[in-house]
Design a protein around this ligand. Sequence first.
Ligand code: AMP
Length: 182
Amino acid sequence: MPAKASIAPSVQDHLKQLIREVPDFPKPGINFYDITTLLKDKDGFRETVDALQEHYRKTPIDVVVGIEARGYFFAPAMARALGAGFVPVRKPKKLPCLVKSVDYELEYGTDQLEIHADSIDPGQNVLIIDDVLATGGTASAVAKLVRMLDGRVAGLGFVIELAFLHGRRKLDGYDVFSLIQY
Ligand code: AMP
C-alpha cells in the first residue's frame, strides 16, 4: 500500500523544510531526521499537531500512547488536542509499578519496551504516536503491548515515514498514517 498523504502539499513542504537531515548519525550510513528544528518552530509544531489531529478527528480515541523518547514530543500534545489521556511506553526498568514487557528486534540483537499494566482499560481506543516510522519494529512491538492489555489499536500516527524501509508491512491491518514521507 502506498504511503498515505492526506495533508496539503504546501504544509508537507513546509514541514520538510523544517526537518534537518543529518548524514551519518548516529553511525555511518544512517541519514538521521532531526525533528528538533521542527519542534522549535512555532508554526511548524502547531501545523504538525493540527495535521495529525485532523486525521483522527472522527476516530474515538481514549488514550494516546507515546513511544520513548521522541514520541513524547508529540503524543502528549495529541492527547490534549484529542481530549484523550497520555500513556508512556518506556525502556526497561523505568516504570515503577507492575509492567507488561515486549521484546523486539533491532538491527543487532533485541531490546525491550514496557508499559504499566494498569495504564489501559480493556476495550479502550488507543492511538500510538512516534516521530519516525522506519522498519516498523518498534511500532509493532508497542501495538503488541496495547493488545496485551486488551486495548484496541485505533491507529498508529507518525510525523515521518521512511517509506523505502516498508515499515507498514509490519503493521498490516492497522490504520497507519504519516504526515511526510521520504
Ligand atoms: P523502527 O523500529 O525501525 O521503525 O525505528 C523507529 C524508531 O527509531 C523511532 O522511534 C525513531 O525515533 C527512530 N529512527 C529510526 N530511523 C531513524 C532515522 N533515520 N532518523 C530519525 N529517527 C529514526
